[in-house]
Design a protein around this ligand. Structure first.
Ligand code: SF4
Ligand code: SF4
Length: 202
């Protein structure tokens, strides 16, 4: 599916996300940040200049984001740019609760950040027997393939299929193929394959 479908979901359905940066002590830090806007160029959030989070994002220009609702989740890791007050009024218009948190001119304390180049994934276990996984890309990045794949030398023994919790391995053709959109990345297939030809992409 198009990445924009998941960005819309992140902003309009999940909205509040856990955002990670690196603290001054060198360890990860998280906090909840609302994802305010999305478009085909990325996702936008804001924070006040006085916050430690602001300082960290300005310095690191990179964040990790995770949000969940029900049994679905979106995760992103990527580059962030400060765009000042650009889109600030649009954010306040679309997220009316912000007008009560920062009434009238006090919104001047806030600056907008744009996640402009990122990769991530959508993961949905609403139907536990048929999980859904999809990749998300923002900006100039190419979608990277992740997870397990079957190399050459398959004997068709079927042990991987038997061990697979999601039964997402297709043995019906000459080449055995893992359906990435339903794979848990659990590694059971790789452990059991007698030929040791199921490998994990780095
Ligand atoms: S990694 Fe797990 S879910 Fe994915 S194909 Fe292998 S056994 Fe199935
Ligand atoms: S377990 Fe290995 S050899 Fe057997 S069908 Fe699966 S990939 Fe092929």
């Amino acid at each position: 599916m198009e990445s924009s479908v998941y960005l819309k979901k992140l902003v309009e359905e999940f909205h509040s996300a856990t955002v990670a940066t690196i603290g001054a002590d060198g360890h990860p830090q998280t906090r909840i940040i609302d994802m305010m806007l999305w478009d085909d160029k990325g996702v936008y959030f804001l924070t006040a200049r006085g916050k430690e989070f602001y300082r960290q994002v300005m310095e690191q220009q990179f964040i990790a984001v995770s949000a969940t609702k029900g049994k679905a989740a979106v995760s992103l890791r990527g580059k962030v740019k400060n765009i000042g007050s650009e889109k600030l009024d649009e954010i306040f218009q679309k997220n009316a609760y912000m007008q009560k948190i920062y009434p009238e001119d006090t919104r001047a304390a806030l600056e907008v950040f744009w996640v402009y180049e990122a990769e991530g994934e959508y993961f949905d276990i609403s139907d536990p027997a048929h999980v859904v996984r999809d990749s998300i890309v923002i900006g100039a990045l190419e979608a990277r393939q992740t997870g397990y794949f079957v190399g050459s030398g398959c004997t068709g023994c079927g042990l991987c299929y038997s061990a697979c919790p999601q039964k997402c391995i297709d043995l019906s053709d000459k080449s055995t193929v893992i359906d990435q959109s339903h794979c848990l990345h659990c590694g059971q297939c790789a452990e059991i394959c007698p030929e040791q030809i199921i490998k994990k992409r780095s």
